[in-house]
Design a protein around this ligand. Structure first.
Ligand code: NI
Length: 162
């Protein structure tokens, strides 16, 4: 399976580049990302998390179909914010409530090069926003108030050293 990069890795802080080639290589990368995500018991996985500076992420939440987002762009967000607990395969064991827009409209391409527009709310909207952040070098902990971020990351580092 693919290696998952964790916080501290440079690749997680890069602005990923758009994907231009929709070929077999991309299809096989997408398949590997889904497998890696499932092994890690995640609901979303972005290319930078497996060391690739590409604008691609996969999502599968329980009871929903697997979804692939290539070169995604959020074209609309709700005014309403909603708190929701987030975690990340790149910061194992760290969870925190975070406010984000409760609904979004996203445009993206799938691995076959087909463009789609999706309106999402609730958990799906949450996961999409989290994964899209990864393509811009943002981790969910960046969005926490400084104090709780520092505390959570200190605990994380302590655990990693143990
Ligand atoms: Ni993440």
């Amino acid at each position: 399976m693919l290696d998952i990069y964790t916080i501290g890795a440079d690749v997680l802080r890069k602005n990923a580049a758009p994907i231009e080639k929709f070929d077999d290589e991309l299809t096989s990368l997408v398949a590997k990302m889904f497998e890696t995500m499932k092994l890690g018991k995640g609901v979303g996985l972005a290319a930078p998390q497996v060391g690739l500076e590409q604008r691609l992420f996969v999502v599968q939440i329980e009871g929903d179909t697997p979804r692939v987002f290539i070169n995604p762009e959020i074209v609309q967000t709700s005014m309403e914010l909603e708190p929701f607990e987030e975690g990340c395969l790149s910061i194992p064991g760290v969870y925190a409530d975070l406010d984000r827009p409760s609904g979004i409209k996203v445009q993206a391409w799938n691995e076959r090069g087909r463009r789609f527009v999706l309106e999402a709310e609730g958990f799906l909207a949450r996961v999409i926003q989290h994964e899209l952040d990864h393509l811009n070098g943002i981790l969910f902990t960046d969005r926490l108030p400084e104090k709780s971020r520092d505390r959570l990351l200190r605990q994380y580092e302590k655990r990693m050293r143990a």
